[in-house]
Write a protein that binds this ligand. Structure first.
Ligand SMILES: C[S@@+](CC[C@H](N)C(=O)[O-])C[C@H]1O[C@@H](n2cnc3c(N)ncnc32)[C@H](O)[C@@H]1O
Length: 257
C-alpha cells in the first residue's frame, strides 16, 4: 500500500531504518557504525530525488554514500530509487547508502571533524540575487563547514548549469586557498560523458542544450592549516572578548558596592 499525505510519508520514512536517517545528528562521529565498515564516506548535499547518490552507490560499492536533503518527500523518493537500483542486482537493502533528512545550514551537527572524505554539490540552488549570496552552498561560510568535516585529502566535486554560480564558486574556493582541478565549462561537449553519473537536474538541463560546468576541489595541507589557524584565532578572540566582558561586570559590581 502506498502511504499518502505528510503523515504517511513520515511513517514510511520511520519504517526504513536500514536506509533513512531522520535524526542524523545522533550519528555524528559514528557514521561508520551505520555502515558497519570503515570505508570512505562521500556525501551529496542537496540530493533531490536521489538519482546521483543511488547511481554512485551501485557504481562504487566500495564507497559509502550519504545523501542529504531537507524534505521528507525527496528523501522518500530517493529511498525508492536506491532500493530499485539495488533490487535490480538482487539486493534487498542498499548496503552502502544512507539518506539523511537534514538542513545543510547545520551540517556541522551531523558530521564530526575529518569524518567525511568527499562532498558532492550538484546543481545547488544558484541564489542569483547578490543579497542572497550567503545562501549559496559554495559561499565561504559553507565551504568552511565542509573543510571541517574532511581532512587535507578531502575533495569537493561541484557541478552546475549556472555560469554565475560557477564563477562565484571558483572565486570562493580560490579565496580559501583550495586547489582546483579538472575544470570543465562543458562537461558533455562530446556527448554524454558516461564516466559521470547524471543527476536529475543534469538530465533536465542537458535536454535543454545547456552547458554543464564542473570542478574538482582538493583541500590540501596548506588550506587546512590556514583554516585551523583561523579557527584557533577566532577561539582566542572569543575567549579574550569573554574575559573582557567578565572584567567589566566585576568592575560594575565593585562600583555598585
Ligand atoms: C536544484 S536541486 C538539485 C537536486 C540534485 N542534486 C540534482 O542535481 O538533481 C537542490 C536540492 O537541494 C536541496 N536543498 C537546498 N538547500 C538545502 C538545505 N539548506 N538543506 C538541505 N537540502 C537543501 C533542495 O531541497 C533540492 O532538493
Amino acid at each position: 500500500m502506498r502511504l499518502r499525505g505528510r503523515k504517511g510519508i513520515r511513517e514510511n520514512l520511520e519504517q526504513q531504518t536500514d536506509l533513512v536517517v531522520l535524526e542524523p545528528h545522533t550519528y555524528k562521529g559514528r557514521w561508520h557504525e551505520f555502515f558497519g565498515n570503515d570505508r570512505p564516506i562521500y556525501v551529496e548535499l542537496g540530493m533531490g530525488k536521489g538519482k546521483f547518490v543511488s547511481g554512485m552507490s551501485a557504481k562504487y560499492p566500495e564507497v559509502n554514500f550519504i545523501g542529504v536533503d531537507m524534505y521528507d518527500e525527496l528523501v522518500r523518493r530517493a529511498s525508492d530509487k536506491a532500493r530499485a537500483i539495488w533490487a535490480a542486482q538482487g539486493v534487498d537493502s542498499p548496503p552502502n547508502v544512507a539518506l539523511a533528512r537534514a538542513n545543510i545550514e547545520t551540517i556541522e551537527e551531523i558530521f564530526a571533524p575529518g569524518e567525511i572524505d568527499r562532498v558532492y554539490l550538484n546543481f545547488s540552488d544558484p541564489w542569483p540575487k547578490a543579497r542572497h549570496a550567503r545562501r549559496r552552498l559554495t559561499h565561504p561560510r559553507f565551504v568552511e563547514k565542509y573543510i571541517e568535516m574532511m581532512n587535507a585529502t578531502g575533495e569537493i566535486h561541484f557541478k552546475t548549469d549556472s555560469e554565475t554560480l560557477f564563477e562565484f564558486s571558483l572565486n570562493s574556493f580560490a579565496d580559501m586557498g583550495l586547489q582546483m582541478t579538472n575544470i570543465s565549462l562543458n562537461l558533455h561537449r562530446d556527448g554524454i560523458n558516461e564516466e559521470h553519473v547524471m543527476t536529475e537536474y543534469e538530465s533536465k538541463f542537458m535536454g535543454k542544450g545547456m552547458n554543464i560546468h564542473r570542478v574538482e576541489v582538493i583541500i590540501g595541507e596548506e588550506a587546512m592549516r590556514s583554516y585551523q589557524d583561523r579557527k584557533q584565532a577566532a577561539a582566542l578572540k572569543a575567549a579574550h572578548d569573554e574575559a573582557e566582558l567578565r572584567d567589566e561586570d566585576d568592575q560594575d559590581d565593585t562600583q555598585d558596592v
